[in-house]
Design a protein around this ligand. Sequence first.
Ligand SMILES: Cc1cc2nc3c(=O)[nH]c(=O)nc-3n(C[C@H](O)[C@H](O)[C@H](O)COP(=O)(O)OP(=O)(O)OC[C@H]3O[C@@H](n4cnc5c(N)ncnc54)[C@H](O)[C@@H]3O)c2cc1C
Length: 395
Amino acid sequence: MPSTRLKAAIVGGGIGGLSAANAMIRRGIDVTVWEQADPPGEIGTGLSLFPNGRRQLERMELGEALAEVGATIGDSSAFYRMDGTFVSRVVTTDSSGWKGIYGMHRSDLLRVLAGGLPPTVIRSGYRCVGFEQNASLAQLKFATDQTDTADVVIAADGIQSSLQQYVVEPSTPEYSGSRAYRGLISKEKVPEWPKEAHQIWMGDGKHFMVYPVRSGRLLNYVGFVPTKSETIESWSATGDRDELTASFEGWDTRVVGILEKVDACFWWGLYDRKPLPSWTRGRLALLGDAAHAMLPHLGQGANQAIEDGVALAVFLEGRGSAEVCGILRQYEAFRRERTDVVQAEARKQGLRLDSRSGSLQQRDQEIARSAEFRKSLYDYDVEKSAIAYLNDVAT
Ligand SMILES: Cc1cc2nc3c(=O)[nH]c(=O)nc-3n(C[C@H](O)[C@H](O)[C@H](O)COP(=O)(O)OP(=O)(O)OC[C@H]3O[C@@H](n4cnc5c(N)ncnc54)[C@H](O)[C@@H]3O)c2cc1C
């Protein structure tokens, strides 16, 4: 065992950065999280926390805090055609039968993750503007002119990562041709909405979904619509409510009924990136959207970021500073096997949901068959797999 504790600096206090910090602290690593926002606001809408991500957070003893704000997703969750014809049930458990999906407001999840950390760990109001490294340490520079040094730097700075350029040539975002209108409605306005229901309607080039967040008190809706012009890749751009409503005219009355209750909405252009040639250079590693931005059609962006953080903590536990570069390369090799698949599947799922993957009958069958893939996604235990991987490498 090394005589001094490893010092990690995480850039970005989003879901990936805070999950990594929680996992690392629990494995004896000194961590500081540098976040540009000050204070973190109520930005963002709903996210799904799936069993593969939630299992890890519960192991960090965040289960009680999650239960206070999560909205369980369960029975009456289903896929429909745009006219309301039933297609298939939504998978709401892992293979053991655990009903482990929560619909969550992004800011609630961030609060839970921050609550798992000692108060001095998160340093808000620090925008990272520079990175340097040499054989023995890495240095960050902030817009405030302050600097920090660490044995290892984790770039958890999201889809528009500014640290990515220190690992690879900055990747070009690929526009999917779709824009997502999204927002929240008070559940009181939609009393007929079935308890725990995540419902998805699929039409020609479009789809619409609704699920509960914040203990079921809010409903999160997202309407995916094709566009000719690119929409900015922002989580907080204000959308056009009338365009949203017009896009789903004539759909199932449940969709139209929800849209009648919408006062205001946000929109966000859907982009992803091709898998990067590399995620690490020396003492710097990418994590979450900075490493593998994906389309939202499997709802795995946050969950894969959580998995990355846990894997990094397992790989770095008990290491000395001199071992960091080699161990980060192993982290990348281990995680890519999974994230490359999830990234590609998210694109395919988008085509199915937009009815662009063969005939409707064929699409409906594929949606029903994808239940098996879903279960395998949810059953995965990144902590156990990372430990097994390291044991394999060691023997
Ligand atoms: C404001 C916001 C709202 C979102 N809303 C939704 C949503 O409604 N639904 C959904 O499905 N997904 C949403 N996402 C995306 C989703 O949270 C991510 O896909 C997922 O959590 C991956 O996590 P991440 O940690 O890699 O990135 P993110 O969660 O995006 O976190 C990145 C963090 O890095 C910080 N950061 C960026 N650059 C710097 C810098 N130079 N210095 C310091 N800090 C920096 C950002 O402020 C942010 O807190 C949102 C992301 C953001 C940033």
